[in-house]
Write a protein that binds this ligand. Structure first.
Ligand code: KPL
Length: 300
């Protein structure tokens, strides 16, 4: 067992598929027996951008593997389920090196509050969609960036075994920088796609969407000018282009009736801007609209 992945949503399945394909022994921890059976019986089925399919064999289980093996754990559950998982891991005294892959910023403090000696944070810019319990559609190649957190960051180099043109992996010395850059990309793409119900590519092709996208980019780069050299409009447009046919995670959550991670993505960035005494009125309005969508039908 080289790598344990907790969570088999779109990102967990995509990572499991590429890590297994690169020769690593992957164990996936999932909540439902049905999903564990589907993964054990059929492997992870990945539908590539050109329509070809790749099947990767992995081991799936619903119980926490304990014992002497000390692989890297990748925590790929949604932010909303993270605290419960951390409590469970703490009770079981599982202290393996852990790589956290959540959207947004709030999980940074949560993970750092644990007694885990070695932890890191990664961002994923791929377009991916889970089609069923063991199938993921790879909708766009992006970058996986591993930002060093606490302890020995070299342990997480094992993930780079999977590095390829279709699954590029890179490392950065500062997890907070990596998360901040990614959350700004998410703020520029996710609320607009979720509210307007459009795929990422439409932010580049539909003139009205594009106008809003550029206005949001300008507002956020003015609020966080230090990020400008690392986040050009071309770079954010490239993420939209590479994931043109992907539904953002926020839109997917909306369509599936799940919470849209508004607090950890949007509210967290508004709070950071406030700390710097910067105004982000467009993002603040989009935040209100998202909360209004999520709270549809609620009474004052
Ligand atoms: O991270 C994403 C998300 O949807 O949350 C992007 C990169 C925008 C891909 O859709």
């Amino acid at each position: 067992m080289d790598v344990v992945i907790v969570g088999a949503g779109s990102v967990g399945l995509l990572l499991g598929s590429y890590l297994s394909e690169s020769g690593l022994e992957v164990t996936m921890i999932v909540r439902r027996e049905g999903q564990a059976n589907a993964l054990n019986n059929n492997g992870i089925r990945r539908i590539n951008e050109d329509g070809s399919e790749t099947i990767s064999r992995i081991h799936a289980t619903t119980s926490m593997p304990t014992g002497s093996a000390s692989p890297v754990w990748i925590i790929a559950v949604k932010y909303i389920n993270l605290q419960q998982l951390l409590n469970e891991l703490d009770n079981l005294q599982i202290l393996n090196p852990m790589l956290f892959i959540q959207n947004g910023l709030d999980h940074f403090g949560m993970a750092n509050a644990t007694s885990l000696p070695n932890l890191a944070f990664a961002t994923v810019e791929h377009g991916a969609r889970r089609l069923d319990d063991n199938t993921v559609q790879h909708n766009g190649v992006g970058l996986v960036t591993i930002g060093a957190g606490r302890g020995d960051s070299t342990i997480f180099g094992i993930i780079e075994t999977a590095h390829s043109d279709r699954f590029p992996v890179t490392r950065h010395v500062d997890a907070e920088f990596v998360l901040m850059r990614k959350v700004l990309i998410n703020c520029m793409i996710n609320p607009l796609t979720a509210i307007l119900e459009v795929e990422n590519g439409e932010l580049l092709t539909n003139p009205s969407c594009h106008e809003l996208f550029v206005a949001l980019y300008d507002e956020l780069i003015n609020a966080f000018p230090d990020m400008k050299p690392f986040l050009s409009i071309e770079a954010v447009s490239a993420v939209c282009q590479n994931t043109a046919h992907n539904k953002s995670s926020m839109l997917s959550d909306r369509l599936a009736g799940r919470p849209m991670e508004i607090k950890t993505i949007i509210t967290a960035v508004i709070e950071k801007a406030n700390e710097l005494h910067k105004k982000v009125p467009l993002l603040a309005m989009l935040e209100k609209m998202l909360y209004a969508i999520e709270g549809k039908g609620e009474q004052l």
